[in-house]
Design a binder for this molecule. Structure first.
Ligand SMILES: NC(=O)C1=CN([C@@H]2O[C@H](COP(=O)(O)OP(=O)(O)OC[C@H]3O[C@@H](n4cnc5c(N)ncnc54)[C@H](OP(=O)(O)O)[C@@H]3O)[C@@H](O)[C@H]2O)C=CC1
Ligand SMILES: N[C@@H](CC(=O)OP(=O)(O)O)C(=O)O
Length: 370
């Protein structure tokens, strides 16, 4: 479905709407979009509690960057498609309790929707897209539009934030060394992953909480969809059937950046060496980089040989938060290899991924002018 007018789409500044603009992911969208020359923030939406108020008053601003001047006095709108006319793309950082209905209203009203919420991730006609991994899943959009009778509208989702870090090195290994058989992952997830106000300080300070409700089954299922392919007619997904994933998720007292301890078994009986694995991860590239999308990291996977890295405070902003840092790559006495990775949960894990998804979609001609 790539259009011959890719160049034209690439040049046009896109009007962006942000749903859930006052929340943790929404604020990250606002910061990233304000510094991205490919987008202009056109409309901000949130709940009825915020609608009608100036953004500076409605958002409890938690970003370390200043609130962009261009949005401070914008009036927050209700999340109603009728109030988002003129938006070429709509980004959603909506709470999952409302995202299902609100996002459906937007794509059925023919908006191009890029969502962070879990509601549509496992729909077989919806690309669950980590933009440095599986942009080939955009081929589903033709069938999605046909099924809904849409001309411009569609929905593309991001993965869960922990999933987004995990699949990047797994994709590199799968592409180079063939199928994986088993993956065991233990996460150490930042507080910002729970949104605002999130976990009570008395629960998380001086503590670790060994439960993030619903997180483990989401990770286990999403990895199979993302690393899988599409049906031959591109009218549905074909998740991996032979990979088994086990996830254990913990909340730790870190503000931003999810750390994950990963063990991998390859299907091939003779596994690659540790040096071959490091080289494979260093050399990994993706289509969004090749297309020159502005938010694509120069290096998708940063491999560190420092024995005590990655660390959230030191490494979460690698590649502007769009790179995954992988360290402690060593043999595993149970599986074949184990390593520790770090992903910025609100950048590659959320808003940054949506924005790169939209840059990719624009370059490939999927975004139809209003
Ligand atoms: N935080 C992270 O690292 C990640 C989050 N996600 C997902 O992204 C989404 C947003 O998460 P997060 O930013 O952390 O959550 P927050 O709780 O911080 O923000 C939620 C947003 O949803 C809005 N909202 C709530 N109820 C309604 C409603 N009835 N109608 C319209 N808007 C409403 C809020 O507006 P108001 O201020 O007016 O209440 C706010 O803007 C969730 O689905 C989450 O699962 C995905 C990956 C990572
Ligand atoms: N649950 C994740 C963030 C999140 O909201 O994920 P999801 O969109 O899959 O519910 C965390 O707490 O770190």
């Amino acid at each position: 479905m790539a259009s011959s007018s890719e160049h034209h789409h690439q040049q046009r500044v896109l009007n962006a709407g942000v749903l859930g603009a006052t929340g943790t992911v929404g604020q990250r969208f606002v910061v990233l979009l304000a510094q991205n020359p490919a987008f202009r923030i056109h409309a901000l939406g949130a709940s009825e509690r915020s609608a009608g108020r100036a953004y500076r008053a409605a958002a409890k601003w938690k970003m370390s960057e200043a609130m962009p001047a261009a949005v401070a006095d914008m009036e927050v709108r209700a999340c109603d498609p009728a109030q988002f006319g003129g938006c070429d793309v709509v980004f959603s950082g909506l709470d999952a309790s409302v995202a299902g209905d609100v996002e459906r209203a937007f794509f059925e009203a023919d908006f191009a929707v890029f969502s962070n919420a879990k509601n549509y991730r496992m729909d077989p006609l919806v690309p669950l897209c980590v933009p440095v991994v599986n942009t080939d899943h955009y081929a589903l959009l033709a069938a999605q539009r046909a099924a809904k009778g849409l001309r411009r509208g569609f929905i593309v989702t991001n993965s869960n934030c922990s999933t987004s870090g995990l699949v990047v090195p797994l994709k590199a290994l799968q592409d180079r060394f063939g199928p994986l058989r088993r993956v065991v992952v233990t996460t150490l997830q930042a507080i910002s992953g729970a949104g605002y106000p999130g976990v009570a300080s008395l629960d998380i300070l001086d503590n670790i909480v060994p439960l993030i409700s619903g997180e483990e089954p989401k990770m286990e299922a999403e990895v199979l969809k993302i690393l899988g392919g599409l049906r031959a007619d591109a009218a549905g997904c074909a998740p991996l059937a032979d990979l088994r994933v086990s996830a254990t998720c913990n909340r730790v007292p870190v503000v931003d950046g999810h750390t994950e301890c990963v063990s991998v078994e390859f299907a091939a009986p003779a596994p690659p060496s540790i040096d071959e694995i490091k080289q494979c991860l260093r050399e990994y590239t993706c289509e969004a980089q090749r297309l020159g999308c502005p938010s694509a990291p120069r290096q998708a996977i940063v491999v560190t040989d420092d024995e005590d890295r990655p660390q959230p405070r030191l490494d979460r902003n690698a590649g502007g938060g769009m790179a995954v840092t992988v360290g402690r790559i060593r043999p595993c006495p149970v599986f074949h290899v184990k390593f520790t990775l770090l992903v910025h949960n609100t950048v590659l894990g959320a808003a940054g991924a949506s924005i790169l998804n939209a840059e990719y979609a624009a370059r490939k001609g999927y975004i139809v002018a209003v």
